[in-house]
Design a protein around this ligand. Structure first.
Ligand code: C5P
Length: 359
């Protein structure tokens, strides 16, 4: 598969400026819409894929953490580290391919390797260290949440990130929100509150045969993850919009800065298990662990494509779609008990998401 952004319509090249060494990310809105993959608008492919990926991740992660005996459990910290390693490597290959396919500036003899090296270690690369550390926290917290909450409750509660994203957008980007959007955010908080109360009351501690769930711990983890999601997302947006660097180069920088903070807890886990580094990282890494890691890798890459070819508003829609997918899967796979208050709470969250996304 070619890197998706290379599939943009010819309209983008007909009026393109003279070739420059850095691959620019400033695709006009009409050309973003025109980007296609196998003839379908990439914008919609990425959004649908993100919705399915979001639902799949919560289900796969929950299964991987709750159906295996705790003594044979893989390390979540190792999974987060391996995720960053794989995502960074894939982003690097795409970034290199994109630099390779860009015409060189006249008179420049720099090789693709030296150009990509210069792009990645640019003077402002340190800016990615902030979202990188926040995302490492968030990705670890997701495991705590998935271990202690059923998939439907996790998915609904995680919608609170729309609220944190809005607040950080107002604080950091100076965005103004309409009264309708503030109302939608209040409704969102209300809906999540209803789901939390019913979940604590009716599903408390009823995990799989190997596993006891602690909803309060799960809610605390989701709340913190919503905070980091909002802050990291808005910060990433700020860095992306204030520079001309390629999205895939930014992704490589994000992964590079994630490696050390992701590795430290993983090494602690390896030592606690009495294993040696680095092979101990993969202790108990079976099918479900790899499935979780690869689904997360896919999610990180699609998130990048969604930011580029769609926008955060449409990303909100994709996430709300994933609530419905997770909900149906929870009932079918985990015999999740549907109560009227869950339906009410989830309905309010979906309605609030719809209201928030109104033009
Ligand atoms: O829940 P949320 O939308 O905040 O999750 C974003 C996920 O996508 C995180 O796991 C983060 O590590 C990943 N991501 C990424 N590359 C980006 C932005 C986010 O891998 N450029």
């Amino acid at each position: 598969m070619n890197p998706p952004s290379l599939q943009s319509s010819p309209t983008s090249s007909s009026s393109a400026p003279p070739p420059v060494p850095v691959v620019h990310d400033s695709i006009p809105v009409e050309d973003r819409n025109a980007a296609t993959l196998f003839g379908m608008p990439l914008k919609y492919i990425s959004l649908i894929t993100l919705a399915v990926q979001n639902a799949a991740l919560t289900i796969i992660m929950h299964t991987s953490r709750t159906t295996i005996d705790p003594s044979r459990q893989y390390s979540a910290a190792s999974a987060v580290f391996v995720n960053e390693l794989l995502k960074g490597s894939i982003s690097f290959v795409i970034a290199l391919y994109r630099v390779d396919s860009q015409p060189k500036r006249a008179g420049s003899s720099a090789s693709s390797w030296s150009r990509i090296w210069r792009d990645i270690f640019s003077s402002d690369c340190w800016k990615l260290s902030i979202p990188a550390i926040l995302y490492v926290f968030q990705n670890n917290l997701q495991y705590v949440a998935a271990t202690n909450l059923d998939t439907a409750t996790f998915q609904v509660t995680y919608q609170m990130k729309i609220l944190t994203t809005a607040v950080f957008s107002v604080l950091l980007l100076g965005r103004q929100l309409t009264r309708m959007r503030w109302l939608a955010l209040v409704l969102l908080a209300l809906g999540v509150g209803i789901v939390q109360i019913q979940s604590t009351a009716s599903n408390d501690g009823h995990g799989h045969e190997h596993h006891e769930m602690h909803p309060f711990v799960g809610f605390m983890a989701v709340t913190a993850a919503c905070f980091t999601s909002g802050l990291a997302g808005v910060y990433f947006e700020m860095v992306l919009k204030n520079s001309q660097a390629d999205l895939w180069v930014r992704n490589v920088q994000l992964s590079l800065f994630s490696l050390l903070p992701a590795l430290l807890p993983a090494v602690v886990d390896v030592h606690a298990a009495g294993e040696s580094f680095p092979f101990g990282l993969f202790r108990n890494f079976g099918f479900w662990a790899w499935a979780t890691v690869w689904t997360q890798v896919l999610g990180g890459l699609i998130t990048a494509i969604v930011i580029k070819h769609a926008d955060n508003i449409l990303k909100g829609f994709a996430t709300s779609l994933s609530i419905i997918i997770s909900f149906i899967a929870s009932v079918a796979l985990f015999h999740f008990r549907v109560t009227p208050s869950f339906v009410l709470g989830a309905g309010i969250v979906l309605g609030a998401t719809w209201l928030y996304n109104q033009p």
